[in-house]
Design a protein. Structure first.
Length: 168
């Protein structure tokens, strides 16, 4: 099985040092060119360490960005106010009929209207826990890290709800 990833999950798993969960759960991750540009090119220009980590990981996995010319971004409704990376990721997921890993709530809602299965970063962590790729302690530590880091923009209340529901 494969999946498409938007920028958010790639950067979050890079920051958590848990990128290995993506191929373990999904096999191959397809990354639209605009997503690669946002996550790696711009990140490296801004000296974000997670961008270099992500670049090395993608190269090691042999996952090349999917060129924009092979992605039909003319899907009706893609003019909503979401970024180029989200537009290309949604169009790629629609074109390839693959699940989309995405955190942006507006882009997720739009993807759902197109019939695209989506999963956010927290959902991916829970899936990894349920498939025994993470221990309860590792899941808890990941959620604490997400709550504590200022460079991860995830609602702490979501982490707390997941901790209560999944870990008790």
């Amino acid at each position: 099985m494969s999946a498409i990833s938007d920028t958010g999950p790639l950067l979050l798993f890079s920051k958590l040092n848990r990128l290995e969960l993506l191929p373990a759960l999904y096999g191959e991750i397809l990354v639209a060119e605009a997503v690669y540009f946002e996550a790696v090119t711009v990140g490296k220009q801004r000296n974000f360490p997670d961008a270099a980590v992500l670049e090395a990981f993608l190269a090691r996995e042999g996952w090349q960005p999917v060129p924009a010319e092979t992605v039909d971004t003319s899907v009706e409704g893609l003019s909503i106010s979401i970024g180029r990376g989200e537009r290309e990721a949604i169009a790629l997921a629609l074109h390839r009929s693959l699940p989309l890993l995405i955190d942006d709530s507006q882009a997720r809602r739009f993807a759902h209207t197109l019939g695209i299965e989506t999963k956010g970063s927290i959902g991916i962590l829970v899936q990894a826990f349920r498939q025994s790729l993470l221990t309860a302690g590792e899941l808890d530590q990941s959620l604490v890290t997400i709550e504590d880091r200022e460079d991860i923009w995830m609602d702490p209340a979501l982490c707390q709800r997941v901790r209560k529901q999944i870990l008790g």
